[in-house]
Design a protein around this ligand. Structure first.
Ligand code: ADP
Length: 288
């Protein structure tokens, strides 16, 4: 089930034999398996025969950056990553077993995310580009959040959506009108270390009840964009938000700005899946 070249390369890299492999349902993008090594360690393997294999190399870098922030968030350790001669990328990480939340789990998660966001940088962006889903995510550093949001988040996705006909060219004018208002809308904040793709499908509570985050698209950004995305598909538990607020309060009026930040994931979803996501984008920008 695991392509042979992937298996061979992993065995060489970790200097162990893969004893067993069981397919697990992966995310929306990659194939995944739970594998057991000689020494009994269980690992989570993702691979993809058709996507850009650099995807996994930068995913490892992102996970390591999140780990280096040293919060109480559980982040899987990476054992190895690479690509085979035929261009299949793979990532082998520690397997973490999903459990149930305990009474303080969501609260601790909110506090820990706030602590992650207290890790600041001089500029928005990152020293390398990465991926959001399977789409490229440009992180060219910028000192100004509004410029970064327009140049690195809105424009590449908007161009992709109009080039493919998923959004009409009239939408571009609405975006331009919105851009002019952004300096008065976004509150000044220093660049915060973000997971970058934090929705309900990219975290779970492990067997100890600790929030475990994975599959990141890390960069230094305005922390409100991260929180806005947590609200987009159903929201996180309410005590997650209250603990976040207690630890690192947001500027007033965040709920009015939420939709603007969520243009980014909605544009990404428009480009990946089309359909109603494009209409949601149009509904938000037409208000400007
Ligand atoms: P994709 O990149 O394809 O979206 P994910 O990294 O989101 O894949 O993983 C898919 C699913 O596998 C997750 O929703 C989660 O349930 C599970 N998962 C992710 N990482 C681990 C891990 N380290 N250990 C165990 N299960 C994991």
């Amino acid at each position: 089930m695991i392509p042979n070249p992937v298996k061979e390369q992993i065995q060489q890299a970790v200097d162990q034999t893969i004893n067993s492999a069981k397919r697990v349902s992966g995310g929306s993008i990659n194939q995944a398996a739970k594998v057991t090594l000689d020494d009994g360690a269980t690992c989570f393997l993702k691979w993809n025969t058709s996507a850009d294999p650099r995807m996994f190399i930068v995913e490892e870098k992102g996970l390591e950056l999140l780990k280096s922030a040293d919060t109480s968030l559980r982040i899987p350790a990476v054992l190895t990553t690479g690509q085979t001669d035929d261009g299949t990328g793979f990532l082998l990480q520690e397997f973490i077993t999903e459990g149930r939340s305990k009474p303080n789990s969501a609260r601790d998660f909110g506090r820990a995310l706030a602590q992650l966001h207290k890790h600041h940088n001089d500029t928005f962006g990152l020293d390398h580009d990465n991926f959001i889903g399977r789409l490229p995510q440009s992180n060219t550093p910028n000192q100004n959040w509004v410029d970064f949001f327009i140049k690195e988040r809105m424009e590449p996705q908007l161009r992709m959506a109009t080039d493919s006909g998923k959004l009409g060219s009239d939408t571009v004018n609405s975006f331009k009108k919105m851009y002019e208002k952004l300096p008065d809308i976004f509150p000044d904040e220093p660049p915060s270390l973000l997971h970058g793709d934090l929705w309900g499908g990219n975290y779970f509570f492990n067997q100890d009840g600790n929030a475990t985050i994975y599959d990141p698209a890390v960069y230094y950004g305005h922390r409100e964009i991260e929180l806005a995305f947590t609200h987009l598909f159903g929201g996180f538990p309410s005590n997650f938000y209250s603990a976040y607020e207690e630890t690192y309060p947001l500027s007033s009026g965040f709920s009015k700005r939420k939709d603007i930040y969520n243009l980014y994931p909605l544009l990404v979803h428009t480009n990946l899946f089309g359909g109603s996501y494009g209409r949601q984008v149009e509904g938000i920008v037409r208000q400007f």
